[in-house]
Design a protein around this ligand. Structure first.
Ligand code: GRF
Length: 196
């Protein structure tokens, strides 16, 4: 079996990245993590990736005149490494339209809400403030409009009576670590009915 070559883009903690790395350690998993790129050199996820022997790189936006040049550099690194699938996992930077279009249907993201509800930041607080009974997470194809691409998988959790933002976030994160690797597997084996 030839494995699909994957890069993960991160900015911080890297727990979703680690879930993807662990899934890819299984000999029968159809993808392999070739590279982790962070836009923050202090990202904790970089050390975690290195502890698994994965090649890492950090690229600082401040060294580029604009987002376009920055994303071109990221694209060049991905191409040099023959990357076929990009996972954004807590990557706190909006990708340029050019980047997204040049990797059409090849970028997948995890978002901590049941999209299309609660796009953007502070998803758990907004869900709690609204008094919703169900919350969750979504994997989706990345399009240039934020958190708006085709939904691939979702998992729901109950919001409990005395929930805090932190408790809800932890409950959802456990589900993120399940659906993101499952989504990667199905992308790698071309199982989804993707929009053209
Ligand atoms: C996760 O909740 C993810 O859904 C969101 O950012 C957070 C990243 O956490 N996009 P981690 O870096 O994967 O631990």
């Amino acid at each position: 079996m030839s494995k699909k070559k994957v890069a993960i883009l991160i900015s911080g903690r890297g727990s979703n990245m680690e879930a993807l790395i662990k899934a890819c350690q299984d000999a029968s998993f159809p993808a392999s993590i070739e590279l982790v790129i962070s836009n923050k050199k202090e990202a904790r996820g970089l050390e975690i990736a290195q502890s698994y022997g994965i090649h890492t790189q950090s690229v600082n936006r401040k060294n580029f005149p604009n987002d376009h040049e920055f994303d071109s550099k990221i694209s060049a690194i991905l191409k040099e490494n023959n990357i076929e699938i990009i996972c954004t996992a807590g990557y706190m930077k909006i990708l340029t339209k050019e980047f997204v279009e040049s990797w059409h249907n090849q970028i997948i993201n995890i978002h901590p809400s049941l999209l299309p509800d609660y796009k953007g930041l502070n998803t758990h607080k907004r869900a709690l403030d609204d008094g919703v009974q169900l919350a969750g997470c979504t994997t989706h194809i990345v399009e240039s409009e934020l958190d708006s691409g085709q939904i691939l998988m979702q998992a729901t959790v109950p919001v409990l009576k005395d929930d805090t933002e932190d408790a809800l976030a932890k409950r959802i994160l456990r589900m993120e670590h399940i659906i993101f690797p499952e989504t990667l597997k199905r992308i790698a084996t071309n199982e989804f009915r993707l929009n053209k």
